[in-house]
Write a protein that binds this ligand. Structure first.
Ligand code: FAD
Length: 410
């Protein structure tokens, strides 16, 4: 591993106008990171990475690098791009073991961060580093959001999140787990108790329904529920996963690791339209996941999924219509993975927070919601996206929150 990292680092051309940086939503200073690594300054490189992106170590593992930094590396035009992700991981994993980034001063202003996913962690980390007094409210028992309760262990070891959590605590951040804001405790309670600004990063946790007969049966589950704690499910031998996004791939691969013998992804279009990343589909295939294309589910029964075969419109690529032909995909368990929306708990129980399409929170480009002193970013604003995009937007919001808080000091 070490040698490969050195060899890879030496392949970097140190471009004057680095496209990799432009391709990264958080503008990771990649050439500097590589130079520092080669000059034996790994701690300095690590500090630079975490100051720029508190989730550097996570992004190095789960980012769609082929679309961002590595997809823009000019070596990739003729050869293989530099494996930037491996270098970032090597440095940030090393640095996280003894990260010594601590606030240089203390500011007596309290900020409440609701939701401990990538957006909430970014805001908490960066504001704590500036010296603000931060409390995180998380409805689940641990921090991480989708990183902990969605992405399976075989893609992202949860020990990384534990180490991040330890560091947040060392920085002075208070974490209140198992606390759902919006019901028993509301935004009004937090303002009453002295919080001067609030951040909402609650993500999208309401699974889309298929709205077909059989959806409420006992062997039918939503992917996000299943992925939260796969060990409690009795899957049987054959599983059908409906949907073909990244969540569906995680669920399908997880089922195979949990003892299912046969897992089939059922998708209503053809292979070229699969929304999951190519690399996730490739992994699913090598793990043994099977794919059934051009199939739209009609009904779920105790025996499996009844579906109708579909056909692409001749004059409208990507549009599909039902044929007359129906069939049954036999299975013991059905997992539905067709996207998700935000929960309405907070906006329904507070005044002045406007929501838009599909219940997403309305904000301006700097994360101000429609209520003064309340900011938001991440999936609850944009809909399901990526970790690095949640971090990028949250960094902008941190600046807006600082300006707001500084304006309140006088
Ligand atoms: P979340 O991660 O959803 O975190 C929100 C947090 O808020 C949660 O911890 C939740 O419990 C908490 N919360 C919700 N409501 C309340 C409340 N009322 N009070 C208190 N707490 C609350 N992206 C990638 O870049 N790479 C990947 O490989 C990848 N894989 C994915 C796999 C799956 C299965 C899924 C579902 C998504 C994946 N994504 C991936 C997308 C990525 O994880 C999300 O874009 C990202 O997590 C969004 O961060 P967030 O902080 O906005 O929300």
């Amino acid at each position: 591993m070490g040698t490969q990292i050195v060899q890879e680092s030496k392949r970097c051309l140190q471009c004057v106008n680095p496209q990799c940086v432009k391709g990264c939503p958080v503008g990771t200073p990649i050439p500097e990171m590589i130079s520092m690594l080669l000059e034996g300054q790994i701690r300095k490189a690590g500090e630079m990475l975490f100051r720029n992106n508190p989730l550097s170590v996570i992004c190095s593992l789960v980012c769609p690098h082929e679309s961002f930094c590595e997809g823009h590396c000019i070596l990739g035009h003729k050869n293989k791009p530099v494996r930037i992700s491996s270098m970032e991981h090597y440095i940030s994993d090393y640095y996280l073991r003894f990260m010594d980034l601590l606030p240089e001063k203390r500011i007596a202003q309290k900020v409440g961060v609701i939701g401990a996913g990538p957006a909430g962690i970014t805001v908490a980390f960066l504001l704590a580093l500036r010296g603000y007094d931060i409390t995180i409210y998380e409805s689940k028992d641990k921090i991480g959001g989708v990183l902990r309760y969605g992405i399976p262990d075989f893609r992202l070891p949860k020990t990384l999140l534990d180490r991040l959590e330890e560091h947040l605590i060392r920085m002075g951040v208070i974490i209140r787990p198992n606390t759902l804001i919006g019901k028993r405790l509301t935004l009004e309670d937090l303002f009453r108790d002295g919080f001067e600004a609030l951040f909402i990063g609650t993500g999208v946790w309401t699974p889309h329904r298929l709205d077909i007969k059989g959806e409420s049966l006992g062997h039918v589950h939503y992917a996000l529920d299943y992925l939260r704690n796969p060990e409690v499910y009795h899957l049987g031998e054959r599983v059908c996963v409906i949907g073909a996004g990244n969540t569906a791939m995680d669920a399908a691969r997880s089922c195979l690791r949990r003892g299912a013998r046969e897992v089939t992804v059922l998708y209503r279009k053809d292979k070229q339209y699969i929304p999951a990343r190519d690399v996730e589909v490739e992994y699913a295939l090598i793990d043994g996941v099977q794919f059934l294309y051009r199939a739209r589910p009609l009904e779920i029964t105790l025996h499996g999924v009844q579906y109708v075969k579909t056909l692409e419109e001749e004059n409208a690529p990507g549009q599909y219509h039902d044929t007359e032909e129906t069939a049954l995909l036999s299975c013991d368990t059905v997992i539905i993975a067709i996207s998700q929306d935000p929960c309405a708990t907070i906006p329904d129980n507070s005044n002045g927070l406007e929501t838009g399409i599909k219940g997403l929170l309305v904000t301006d480009s700097r994360g101000h919601t429609t209520r003064k002193g309340i900011f938001a970013s991440g999936d609850v604003v944009t809909g399901a996206k990526t970790v690095v995009e949640a971090v990028a937007q949250s960094k902008i919001v941190v600046q807006a929150m600082e300006e707001y808080l500084e304006g309140k000091i006088v």
